[in-house]
Ligand binder design. Structure first.
Ligand code: UDP
Length: 357
C-alpha cells in the first residue's frame, strides 16, 4: 500500500538511501531536513523537500496536515559519539528534545506509525554478545543516552496515549519500530549515493578517505582491548540493507504490527584491524596506520543478535559482506561523491522549500 511518509533527515546518509527506496516502492515522500549534515542532491527528485527543523512544531504539524502524513521515519539527529561526550547538551537538545517535539506533533495530528533511528549505543558495553534487544541498556556516552531516552518516550507514548480524534483512520493507536543500528557503512551499489559528511569520524569512511589521499592515514583508537587482535569489534551493516529494514518496518506497522525494538546488524563483527586491511586490499593503497590511545565512549565489542528482526520483519539482507561494504564506500569516496557535489544546481527542491517556509 502506498503511504504518505514524512522522512526527517532524508537528505542525510541513511535517510537519503531510505527515501530513494520509499519512492521506488511507490510511497509519497516528504523530506524534512535542516541541512546540518544533509545534501539537496541526495534527495530523490520525486520527493518533496522542506528545509526546516524537527523541533519546529508548527512547521511539522503543518507538513503532517498538508501532506496527509500516515507515517514518520525519523532519522534527523547527531551521530558522533566523541562529540556527544564533549557537548552533551547538543545531543539532548537535538536528538532527545527534537524527537519529543516531533512525537508531540504526531500525537496532535493523528499520525500513528513512527519508525525511529535508534542505536546499538543504547547497550553500552554488553555483558553478553551478540546483544539481544532485551539485554540491559546502559549507554556509556550521551549519544547513546539521547537515543535511549527517545526509545523510552516512544514506549510510554505508545502505552499511554490514545490518538487524538483528529483523524479517523488511527484505530490501531500510536505504534513504533525503533531500529537499533549497529555500524552503518558503504554506499549505494550503483555509486550514486553515499556518505558525504565533512570531517567524518566513522572508521570505514575515514579509511576510504585515507586510501584516496584525502587524509594522511588512520589512527587506531586502542589496540589493547580484550579482543583477538586488541582492536575493537563492530557489526558493520551495508546502508542499503539498513534502508530496506525501514521499508520492512513500515510494511509491518501498516499490517497492524505492534511496537517493536529491533537490532539492525548482520550478527557478526570485524575488528578495526580487519576493516583497515580490507580497505587497503580493495583500494590497493597501503595507507599509513598509526596505533593511538583509546577513544572515550568506545565499547570493546558490539555485535547484534538478529533473531528478532528476522522473526518480525520481512527483511533479507543483500550485501552481507565486508568486502562489498568497503568496495562501495571506496568507490563512492573515489568518484561518486565528487560527481554528486558538482551537481548542486538549483532544482525543483529549492522551489518546494521556498514555498513552504
Ligand atoms: N576507529 C578508529 N579510528 C578511526 C575511527 C574509528 O580506530 O579513525 C574505531 C573506533 O574507536 C571504534 C571503531 O573504529 O572502535 C568504530 O568506530 P566508528 O566511529 O566507526 O563507529 P562507532 O562504533 O563509534 O559508532
Amino acid at each position: 500500500m502506498a503511504l504518505n511518509v514524512l522522512v526527517t533527515g532524508g537528505a542525510g546518509y541513511i535517510g537519503s538511501h531510505t527515501a530513494r527506496q520509499l519512492v521506488t516502492a511507490g510511497h509519497r515522500v516528504v523530506v524534512l531536513d535542516n541541512f546540518y549534515s544533509g545534501h539537496r542532491w541526495a534527495v530523490p527528485n520525486s520527493a518533496s523537500l522542506i528545509e526546516g527543523d524537527v523541533a519546529n512544531g508548527e512547521l511539522v504539524k503543518r507538513l503532517l496536515r498538508d501532506h496527509k502524513t500516515q507515517a514518520v521515519i525519523h532519522f534527523a539527529g547527531h551521530i558522533v559519539v566523541p562529540e556527544s561526550v564533549e557537548n552533551p547538551q547538543k545531543y539532548y537538545l537535538n536528538n532527545t528534545a527534537g524527537s519529543l517535539s516531533l512525537m508531540q506533533a504526531c500525537m496532535e495530528m493523528g499520525v500513528d506509525k513512527f519508525i525511529f533511528s535508534s542505536s546499538a549505543a543504547v547497550y553500552g558495553t554488553p555483558e553478553v554478545l551478540p546483544a539481544r534487544e532485551d539485554a540491559p541498556t546502559a549507554p556509556i556516552n550521551p549519544y547513546g543516552w539521547s537515543k535511549l531516552m527517545t526509545e523510552w518516550m516512544l514506549r510510554d507514548l505508545a502505552t499511554s496515549r490514545k490518538l487524538d480524534s483528529a483523524r479517523s483512520d488511527g484505530q490501531g493507536g500510536f505504534r513504533y519500530v525503533a531500529l537499533r543500528y549497529f555500524n552503518v557503512a558503504g554506499a549505494s551499489i550503483d555509486g550514486s549515493l553515499g556518505q558525504a559528511t565533512p570531517e567524518a569520524t566513522h572508521l570505514i569512511k575515514v579509511a576510504c578517505e585515507a586510501a584516496c589521499g584525502k587524509r594522511d592515514g588512520v589512527t587506531v583508537f586502542g589496540d589493547d582491548y580484550d579482543t583477538a587482535d586488541g582492536t575493537c569489534i563492530r557489526d558493520y551493516i551495508h546502508v542499503e540493507d539498513l534502508a530496506r529494514a525501514h521499508l520492512a518496518a513500515l510494511d509491518y506497522l501498516t499490517a497492524d504490527g505492534k511496537s517493536e525494538i529491533l537490532n539492525c546488524g548482520y550478527g557478526h563483527g570485524f575488528s578495526v584491524s580487519e576493516v583497515l586491511n580490507q580497505v587497503r586490499q580493495i583500494s590497493g593503497v597501503d595507507f599509513a596506520v598509526t596505533m593511538g590511545s583509546r577513544r572515550a565512549g568506545d565499547p570493546p565489542a558490539l555485535t547484534a543478535d538478529v533473531t528478532r528482526i528476522h522473526e518480525v520483519l520481512d527483511w533479507t539482507p543483500q550485501h552481507q559482506d565486508l568486502a562489498v561494504i568497503c568496495r562501495t564506500a571506496h568507490a563512492w569516496e573515489k568518484e561518486g561523491m565528487s560527481k554528486r557535489s558538482e551537481t548542486t544546481a538549483p532544482s525543483a527542491h529549492w522551489l518546494s522549500s521556498l514555498l513552504v517556509i
